[in-house]
Design a protein around this ligand. Structure first.
Ligand SMILES: O=C(O)CC1=CCC(=O)O1
Length: 257
Protein backbone atom coordinates (compact mmCIF):
# COMPACT_ATOMS: atom_id res chain seq x y z
CA UNK A 1 0.00 0.00 0.00
CA UNK A 2 1.56 3.33 -1.04
CA UNK A 3 2.51 5.49 1.89
CA UNK A 4 4.27 8.83 1.74
CA UNK A 5 6.02 10.64 4.56
CA UNK A 6 4.98 14.24 5.01
CA UNK A 7 6.99 15.45 7.98
CA UNK A 8 5.28 14.21 11.13
CA UNK A 9 2.66 12.17 9.29
CA UNK A 10 2.52 9.18 6.97
CA UNK A 11 -0.25 9.56 4.40
CA UNK A 12 -1.91 6.57 2.78
CA UNK A 13 -2.77 7.13 -0.88
CA UNK A 14 -3.47 5.06 -3.95
CA UNK A 15 -3.82 5.59 -7.67
CA UNK A 16 -6.24 3.51 -9.78
CA UNK A 17 -6.43 3.24 -13.54
CA UNK A 18 -4.35 4.36 -16.48
CA UNK A 19 -1.61 6.83 -15.52
CA UNK A 20 -1.71 8.20 -19.10
CA UNK A 21 -5.23 9.56 -18.55
CA UNK A 22 -5.78 13.00 -16.96
CA UNK A 23 -5.44 12.87 -13.17
CA UNK A 24 -8.34 13.20 -10.75
CA UNK A 25 -7.48 13.77 -7.09
CA UNK A 26 -10.33 13.04 -4.67
CA UNK A 27 -10.65 14.46 -1.14
CA UNK A 28 -12.79 12.70 1.49
CA UNK A 29 -15.16 14.11 4.07
CA UNK A 30 -14.61 14.04 7.79
CA UNK A 31 -15.14 10.53 9.19
CA UNK A 32 -14.65 8.67 5.90
CA UNK A 33 -11.73 7.19 3.99
CA UNK A 34 -10.88 6.55 0.35
CA UNK A 35 -13.61 3.91 0.07
CA UNK A 36 -16.16 6.75 0.11
CA UNK A 37 -15.66 6.92 -3.66
CA UNK A 38 -15.94 3.18 -4.36
CA UNK A 39 -19.51 3.35 -5.79
CA UNK A 40 -18.20 5.66 -8.54
CA UNK A 41 -14.66 4.37 -8.99
CA UNK A 42 -15.16 2.15 -12.04
CA UNK A 43 -16.93 4.93 -13.95
CA UNK A 44 -14.29 7.49 -12.99
CA UNK A 45 -11.48 5.18 -14.10
CA UNK A 46 -12.85 5.21 -17.66
CA UNK A 47 -11.88 8.89 -17.87
CA UNK A 48 -9.17 9.50 -15.30
CA UNK A 49 -6.20 8.20 -13.39
CA UNK A 50 -7.97 8.32 -10.02
CA UNK A 51 -5.86 9.25 -6.99
CA UNK A 52 -7.28 9.06 -3.48
CA UNK A 53 -5.77 9.60 -0.04
CA UNK A 54 -6.82 9.27 3.57
CA UNK A 55 -6.87 12.63 5.32
CA UNK A 56 -4.49 12.70 8.27
CA UNK A 57 -6.26 11.44 11.37
CA UNK A 58 -8.24 8.98 9.23
CA UNK A 59 -8.02 5.48 7.73
CA UNK A 60 -4.55 4.27 6.80
CA UNK A 61 -2.88 7.64 7.45
CA UNK A 62 -1.28 8.53 10.76
CA UNK A 63 -3.09 10.55 13.39
CA UNK A 64 -0.41 12.77 14.97
CA UNK A 65 -1.55 15.01 17.83
CA UNK A 66 -3.86 17.86 16.75
CA UNK A 67 -5.58 20.13 16.26
CA UNK A 68 -4.67 20.16 12.58
CA UNK A 69 -5.09 23.10 10.22
CA UNK A 70 -6.52 23.29 6.68
CA UNK A 71 -3.03 24.47 5.66
CA UNK A 72 -1.51 21.22 6.94
CA UNK A 73 -4.17 19.13 5.21
CA UNK A 74 -3.53 20.98 1.93
CA UNK A 75 0.22 20.33 2.39
CA UNK A 76 -0.64 16.62 2.61
CA UNK A 77 -2.69 16.86 -0.59
CA UNK A 78 0.25 18.53 -2.35
CA UNK A 79 2.55 15.75 -1.14
CA UNK A 80 0.13 13.22 -2.69
CA UNK A 81 0.13 15.17 -5.98
CA UNK A 82 3.94 14.95 -6.02
CA UNK A 83 4.03 11.25 -5.05
CA UNK A 84 1.46 10.34 -7.71
CA UNK A 85 3.32 12.52 -10.25
CA UNK A 86 0.16 14.35 -11.25
CA UNK A 87 1.00 17.01 -13.82
CA UNK A 88 -2.48 17.68 -15.26
CA UNK A 89 -5.32 16.97 -12.85
CA UNK A 90 -8.66 18.03 -11.47
CA UNK A 91 -9.47 18.09 -7.76
CA UNK A 92 -12.86 16.97 -6.41
CA UNK A 93 -13.43 17.24 -2.67
CA UNK A 94 -16.45 16.55 -0.50
CA UNK A 95 -17.03 18.61 2.65
CA UNK A 96 -13.66 18.60 4.50
CA UNK A 97 -12.17 17.45 1.18
CA UNK A 98 -13.68 20.58 -0.42
CA UNK A 99 -12.14 22.81 2.26
CA UNK A 100 -8.75 21.27 1.46
CA UNK A 101 -9.51 21.89 -2.22
CA UNK A 102 -10.16 25.61 -1.61
CA UNK A 103 -6.79 26.05 0.09
CA UNK A 104 -5.03 23.91 -2.53
CA UNK A 105 -6.49 25.93 -5.42
CA UNK A 106 -5.73 29.24 -3.67
CA UNK A 107 -2.05 28.22 -3.80
CA UNK A 108 -2.35 28.09 -7.59
CA UNK A 109 -0.45 24.82 -8.04
CA UNK A 110 0.76 24.19 -11.59
CA UNK A 111 -1.21 21.39 -13.17
CA UNK A 112 -4.55 21.97 -11.42
CA UNK A 113 -7.14 22.41 -14.17
CA UNK A 114 -10.57 22.32 -12.53
CA UNK A 115 -11.96 22.28 -9.02
CA UNK A 116 -15.10 20.60 -7.68
CA UNK A 117 -16.24 21.84 -4.27
CA UNK A 118 -18.97 19.51 -3.12
CA UNK A 119 -21.22 19.89 -0.08
CA UNK A 120 -18.78 22.25 1.61
CA UNK A 121 -18.29 25.70 3.11
CA UNK A 122 -15.54 28.27 3.73
CA UNK A 123 -16.23 28.69 7.46
CA UNK A 124 -18.35 27.23 10.27
CA UNK A 125 -19.70 28.24 13.64
CA UNK A 126 -16.79 27.19 15.92
CA UNK A 127 -19.17 26.25 18.77
CA UNK A 128 -20.51 23.11 17.09
CA UNK A 129 -16.97 21.78 16.66
CA UNK A 130 -16.04 22.45 20.28
CA UNK A 131 -19.15 20.48 21.32
CA UNK A 132 -18.27 17.62 19.00
CA UNK A 133 -14.65 17.50 20.23
CA UNK A 134 -15.90 17.40 23.85
CA UNK A 135 -18.30 14.54 23.01
CA UNK A 136 -15.48 12.61 21.31
CA UNK A 137 -13.28 13.00 24.38
CA UNK A 138 -15.85 11.47 26.69
CA UNK A 139 -17.62 8.94 24.46
CA UNK A 140 -15.44 8.31 21.39
CA UNK A 141 -16.91 7.86 17.91
CA UNK A 142 -20.00 6.03 19.18
CA UNK A 143 -21.07 9.23 21.01
CA UNK A 144 -21.42 11.13 17.74
CA UNK A 145 -22.18 8.46 15.14
CA UNK A 146 -25.98 8.78 14.98
CA UNK A 147 -25.76 12.55 14.50
CA UNK A 148 -23.11 12.12 11.80
CA UNK A 149 -25.14 9.54 9.87
CA UNK A 150 -28.29 11.68 10.23
CA UNK A 151 -26.49 14.60 8.58
CA UNK A 152 -24.73 12.49 5.93
CA UNK A 153 -27.84 10.93 4.42
CA UNK A 154 -31.52 11.61 3.76
CA UNK A 155 -34.00 10.12 6.28
CA UNK A 156 -35.23 7.70 3.58
CA UNK A 157 -31.73 6.35 3.01
CA UNK A 158 -31.08 6.05 6.75
CA UNK A 159 -34.31 4.03 7.08
CA UNK A 160 -33.23 1.66 4.29
CA UNK A 161 -30.05 0.94 6.30
CA UNK A 162 -28.55 -0.85 3.29
CA UNK A 163 -25.03 -2.20 2.87
CA UNK A 164 -23.67 1.12 1.58
CA UNK A 165 -24.91 2.98 4.63
CA UNK A 166 -23.64 0.27 6.98
CA UNK A 167 -20.19 0.48 5.38
CA UNK A 168 -19.97 4.25 5.92
CA UNK A 169 -21.20 3.86 9.48
CA UNK A 170 -18.53 1.23 10.19
CA UNK A 171 -15.83 3.36 8.58
CA UNK A 172 -16.80 6.36 10.71
CA UNK A 173 -16.91 4.21 13.85
CA UNK A 174 -13.44 2.84 13.10
CA UNK A 175 -11.74 6.25 12.99
CA UNK A 176 -9.41 7.19 15.85
CA UNK A 177 -11.39 9.71 17.93
CA UNK A 178 -8.27 11.86 18.48
CA UNK A 179 -7.53 12.01 14.73
CA UNK A 180 -11.15 12.81 13.89
CA UNK A 181 -11.21 15.48 16.63
CA UNK A 182 -7.97 16.97 15.28
CA UNK A 183 -9.72 17.43 11.90
CA UNK A 184 -12.74 18.97 13.69
CA UNK A 185 -10.21 21.49 15.06
CA UNK A 186 -9.07 22.33 11.51
CA UNK A 187 -12.68 23.04 10.48
CA UNK A 188 -13.40 25.03 13.65
CA UNK A 189 -10.37 27.27 13.14
CA UNK A 190 -10.62 27.87 9.40
CA UNK A 191 -11.65 31.00 7.55
CA UNK A 192 -11.20 30.34 3.87
CA UNK A 193 -13.10 33.39 2.58
CA UNK A 194 -9.93 35.51 2.16
CA UNK A 195 -8.44 32.66 0.09
CA UNK A 196 -11.31 32.34 -2.39
CA UNK A 197 -10.42 35.39 -4.52
CA UNK A 198 -7.12 33.68 -5.36
CA UNK A 199 -8.81 30.72 -7.03
CA UNK A 200 -8.35 31.05 -10.80
CA UNK A 201 -9.44 27.64 -12.10
CA UNK A 202 -13.00 26.93 -13.27
CA UNK A 203 -14.93 25.69 -10.25
CA UNK A 204 -18.11 23.67 -9.83
CA UNK A 205 -19.90 24.01 -6.50
CA UNK A 206 -22.19 21.06 -5.77
CA UNK A 207 -24.97 21.45 -3.20
CA UNK A 208 -27.35 18.84 -1.81
CA UNK A 209 -31.04 19.74 -1.69
CA UNK A 210 -31.37 18.13 1.76
CA UNK A 211 -27.95 19.04 3.14
CA UNK A 212 -28.35 20.49 6.65
CA UNK A 213 -24.58 20.74 7.31
CA UNK A 214 -23.75 22.92 4.30
CA UNK A 215 -27.06 24.12 2.85
CA UNK A 216 -27.42 25.82 -0.52
CA UNK A 217 -26.68 29.32 0.88
CA UNK A 218 -23.20 28.15 1.91
CA UNK A 219 -22.57 26.91 -1.62
CA UNK A 220 -23.92 30.15 -3.09
CA UNK A 221 -21.44 32.08 -0.92
CA UNK A 222 -18.61 30.11 -2.54
CA UNK A 223 -19.95 30.89 -6.01
CA UNK A 224 -20.15 34.58 -5.07
CA UNK A 225 -16.50 34.68 -3.92
CA UNK A 226 -14.82 32.55 -6.62
CA UNK A 227 -14.18 34.24 -9.97
CA UNK A 228 -15.19 31.44 -12.33
CA UNK A 229 -17.68 29.32 -10.36
CA UNK A 230 -21.09 27.87 -11.03
CA UNK A 231 -23.46 25.73 -8.98
CA UNK A 232 -25.25 22.46 -9.52
CA UNK A 233 -27.84 20.89 -7.17
CA UNK A 234 -28.27 17.19 -6.47
CA UNK A 235 -30.88 15.27 -4.51
CA UNK A 236 -28.80 14.32 -1.50
CA UNK A 237 -28.02 15.28 2.06
CA UNK A 238 -24.32 15.85 2.93
CA UNK A 239 -22.67 12.76 1.45
CA UNK A 240 -23.74 11.78 -2.06
CA UNK A 241 -21.59 8.87 -3.38
CA UNK A 242 -23.23 6.02 -1.44
CA UNK A 243 -26.78 7.36 -1.80
CA UNK A 244 -27.00 8.72 -5.36
CA UNK A 245 -23.78 7.63 -7.15
CA UNK A 246 -25.23 7.78 -10.67
CA UNK A 247 -26.93 11.17 -10.31
CA UNK A 248 -23.92 12.63 -8.52
CA UNK A 249 -21.53 11.45 -11.21
CA UNK A 250 -23.84 12.78 -13.94
CA UNK A 251 -23.87 16.20 -12.24
CA UNK A 252 -20.06 16.48 -12.13
CA UNK A 253 -18.65 14.46 -15.04
CA UNK A 254 -19.64 16.91 -17.83
CA UNK A 255 -17.74 19.66 -15.98
CA UNK A 256 -14.46 17.76 -15.63
CA UNK A 257 -14.55 15.67 -18.82
O1 LIG B 1 -20.06 15.55 10.08
C1 LIG B 1 -20.74 16.51 9.73
O2 LIG B 1 -21.45 17.12 10.50
C2 LIG B 1 -20.67 17.01 8.35
C3 LIG B 1 -19.34 17.45 7.93
C4 LIG B 1 -18.76 18.63 8.13
C5 LIG B 1 -17.43 18.62 7.54
C6 LIG B 1 -17.40 17.28 6.95
O3 LIG B 1 -16.48 16.79 6.27
O4 LIG B 1 -18.54 16.61 7.22
Amino acid sequence: MPILNNGDCRIYWRGDGDTQLPGLLLGNSLGTDITLWDPMLESLMRHFYVVRFDTRGHGGSDAPPGPYSIDQLADDAQAVIAAARLTHYHYWGISLGGMIGMELAARKPTGLKKLVLSHTAAEFDPGIWDQRIAALKTGGMSAIIDGVIGRFFTPEFVLQNNIRLKRIRNIALSQAPAGYAACCGAIRDMDLYPRLARIQVPTLVVVGESDLSTPEARGQALVDHIKDARMVKVKSAHIAPPEIPTEYLAAVLPFIS
